[in-house]
Design a protein around this ligand. Structure first.
Ligand SMILES: [Zn+2]
Length: 342
């Protein structure tokens, strides 16, 4: 026994151990932020039934990456914007000033956090469409609270996606869409108030977007939401948006189709991840969600949540790519009738 089969047994045990390790890496990590789940390699494919997509028609969407980049610079110039700070109020005012004349819903409440009570201010701009239903596009705009005394300005984390939404507003303003209504949501208090080593991210974050999800569930709005698209950390000049396994796979597939139609697919889904982000309160309530996040910001994500998260790492082209893909995704979803089951 020993002599003849020993090395085969050693080999079998080794393979079993390796298989266990792989399972561990792929296991759900809902208690950790985006952050701690390592991106796994490759594979954009899923084994789902093919989507019945409308034909590619109409001109490609227009999105001004340079103007979006200017918005990032304007936001970052205001300095760190943690919850409860004077700079936070300045960013609120800046976003409001760019939405003058638009239909805006302010969702203001007090959040009870592990470091005290803070005012929270979600800003929702609504652009009407001819179809009954709503597509939400969201981004948080606050910066991480524990970093409040450092020069951390979150150019990519919170800055880039908030600016992206401001430019989307420019594209949506002043016309009735031939499709679903689009609501742009600048959600507040997304970032943790305590350091992740002191408190799990999911117990101390997403204050603003959770409040909106609760409110819209209570008043019946949630039933009308056809899709929820989230943008986060999408300004990186080295843009590589990940496929997120917490998102709804058919909507992720539509994002990839949109990217492919525009010729931007090489920037999408080269890596897989499982991301805990602002979309989770809507995922939990059964809304189709796609999180567009590039969670490899610098080698090994080295710039994330550090004073090195500055505008020089970003590119107007990345903003244009993601902005255009978001608009194209919306246009495809408009024409998908019926939408796939959730
Ligand atoms: Zn962050």
């Amino acid at each position: 026994m020993k002599s003849k089969y020993f090395w085969w047994i050693v080999l079998a045990l080794t393979l079993a151990v390796l298989a266990c390790d792989r399972d561990k890496e792929a296991s759900p990590a809902t208690q950790t932020p985006a952050t701690q789940t390592p991106a796994t390699s490759a594979a954009a494919e899923t084994k789902e039934t093919p989507l019945n997509l409308p034909p590619d028609s109409g001109p490609p969407p227009s999105f001004d990456g340079d103007r979006a980049m200017q918005y990032v610079k304007d936001i970052v110039k205001l300095g760190p914007r943690p919850l409860g700070s004077a700079n936070h109020k300045k960013v609120e005012d800046y976003i409001d000033s760019r939405l003058e004349g638009d239909q805006v819903e302010d969702d203001v409440f007090t959040a009870d956090t592990p470091v005290g009570k803070f005012p929270v201010h979600n800003i929702v701009a609504k652009y009407p469409g001819t179809k009954d239903g709503i597509i939400i596009i969201a981004s948080h705009y606050d910066t991480n609270y524990p970093l409040k005394d450092s020069p951390y300005v979150g150019a990519n984390d919170g800055g880039s996606s908030s600016a992206l939404l401001l430019e989307l507003a420019n594209q949506l303003r002043g016309k009735t869409r031939d499709g679903y209504s689009v609501w742009l949501v600048w959600d507040d208090a997304e970032e943790a108030m305590k350091s992740e080593k002191d408190m799990p991210f999911m117990d101390d974050s997403l204050y603003g977007i959770s409040h909106l999800a609760d409110k819209w569930q209570a008043d019946g709005t949630l039933k009308k939401v056809k899709a929820f698209l989230l943008a986060d950390m999408i300004g990186d000049a080295d843009l590589s948006v990940e496929r997120d396994s917490n998102s709804t796979q058919w909507l992720e597939n539509v994002v990839y189709e949109a990217a492919t139609r525009l010729g931007y697919q090489s920037h999408f889904f080269e890596r897989n991840n499982q991301v805990s982000d602002d979309h989770l309160p809507f995922v939990k309530r059964g809304v189709a969600c796609a999180d567009l996040i590039d969670f490899e910001y610098g080698y090994n994500n080295v710039f994330w949540h550090t004073p090195q998260d500055t505008v020089d790492k970003l590119s107007p082209m990345s903003l244009k790519i993601v902005g255009s893909v978001v608009l194209e995704t919306v246009r495809i979803v408009d024409k998908m009738d019926p939408l796939p089951p959730k």
